[in-house]
Ligand binder design. Structure first.
Ligand code: FES
Ligand SMILES: [Fe+2]
Length: 407
């Protein structure tokens, strides 16, 4: 699966983590590799092996100065692209430094995110083209949090539309990013019927609930290989999505991306997201770890649970998800699961991931590399019951100039 993931551009860290030239470096963990991110004097970002090739001390303690990161132990210095610029003790020979390299991965900065590619250079795919990356910065908000579970059990929460009617039922009418919409009302139907279709890049996951007048309320979640999900919208609220990126087998970065296709996000919306509402979580200042976490039982409030303010007693959509997904343990034993009809999308996603990993091993291209597969939206709408989803799905999930239509 790691070989599969290495075929994609990876959202690696936020631009804001290295805000200015020569600012302090930050640690980044991706696909079980300990890496170091820094921004050099010219503003270029680098993502390199955290450990110095000399005697393997951490370059996090290094000095980011004059066009490179300098190891604090013996002063060897490296550029953002991993070139060894100086070995002070060996300068006399002038050739020694040419034989030294620091592992480095290519980076591209877009949408407030620094992306990297960790696969074979000759197989590097075109750069991703998700809509949230391409709208003006005023229309977008992006953040991440660290979750202490395998990426897959986190991602499976993102494609499991049926838990919303339970776990998040308290929020749908109060959260500023959801409330006041017809869709939030229809979520009361806790027996959705699923229709899951393969798309070019992953899956289109349709959940049908009862709407007024015998009609069907559809929510379409997009899952795009290998780890992107797009949440069906509510009313004309902004659109939200996630990327569930493995740090290692037992931890992941949960990226949350919000954008509105046709207007800047309001001050209120931004304040809500920054304070950890909606799909965001309150973070411990200076970190991407959450204030509510497994060491404090996610600040569970049994009184709020009883009163139905929060269905599980844990506050906030993100921590409701994280608490339950981490409660499975860092890698859940799937042989003990008992899946039901509402898990059909999860089953199909697992099969598609496994097939893609096999395909890569056999030398075939996996799905989701073509930027055309990223240029889609999630959707929510009402249809007469006799109209098949397949008839409308392409139109309602297309990225078109301007507003999205949802209820
Ligand atoms: S360990 Fe880095 S310069 Fe010696
Ligand atoms: Fe959830």
């Amino acid at each position: 699966m790691g070989n599969l993931f290495r075929r994609y551009w990876i959202p690696a860290f936020l631009s804001e983590e290295v805000p200015t030239p020569d600012c302090p470096p930050v640690r980044v963990k991706l696909l079980s590799e300990d890496l170091l991110a820094f921004r050099d004097s010219e503003g270029r970002v680098g993502l390199v092996d955290e450990f110095c090739p000399h005697r393997r001390v951490s370059l996090w303690f290094g000095r980011n100065e004059m066009g490179g990161i300098r190891c604090a132990y013996h002063g060897w210095k490296f550029s953002a692209s991993g070139e060894c610029l100086e070995v002070p003790s060996e300068e006399a020979s002038g050739t020694f430094k040419k034989s030294v390299r620091l592992l480095s991965y290519p980076c591209i900065e877009q949408g407030g995110v620094v992306w990297t590619y960790m696969g074979p250079p000759e197989l590097k795919p075109p750069f991703p083209e998700f809509e949230w990356m391409q709208v003006p910065a005023s229309h977008r908000y992006v953040c991440k949090r660290i979750q202490e579970s395998n990426y897959l059990q986190a991602m499976e929460g993102g494609i499991d539309s049926s838990h919303v009617s339970f776990l998040h039922s308290g929020e749908l009418h109060t959260d500023p990013l959801h409330k006041g919409t017809q869709g939030a009302q229809y979520q009361r139907d806790a027996t959705p019927q699923f229709e899951v279709m393969e798309s070019a890049g992953g899956l289109l996951i349709g959940a049908r609930r009862r709407a007024d007048g015998g009609k069907s309320y559809w929510r379409i979640t997009q899952w795009i290989m290998p780890w992107y999900t797009m949440i069906p919208p509510y009313g004309d609220h902004a659109l939200h999505g996630h990327a569930w990126v493995p740090m290692d087998d037992e931890n992941c970065y949960v990226w949350s991306m919000t954008h509105h296709p046709s207007r800047p996000l309001s001050t209120d919306e931004r304040a809500a997201m920054e304070s950890g509402q909606g799909i965001y979580a309150e973070l411990i200042p200076g970190t991407y770890r959450t204030v509510a976490n497994k060491r404090n039982d996610y600040l569970i409030d049994r009184e709020a649970q009883k009163k139905g303010i929060y269905y599980s007693g844990v506050k906030g959509i993100a921590m409701q998800d994280a608490s339950l997904q981490e409660s499975m343990g860092p890698i859940v034993d799937r042989s003990l699961e008992r899946l039901a009809s509402t898990d059909i999308a999860i089953v199909k996603a697992r099969r598609r991931l496994l097939a893609a990993a096999d395909a890569v091993a056999d030398g075939t291209q996996p799905p989701g590399l073509d930027p055309a597969t990223h240029r889609v939206r999630s959707a929510s709408f009402v249809l007469p019951p006799e109209v098949p989803l397949a008839d409308v799905v392409e139109e309602v999930t297309a990225v078109v100039e301007g507003a999205h239509t949802s209820i």
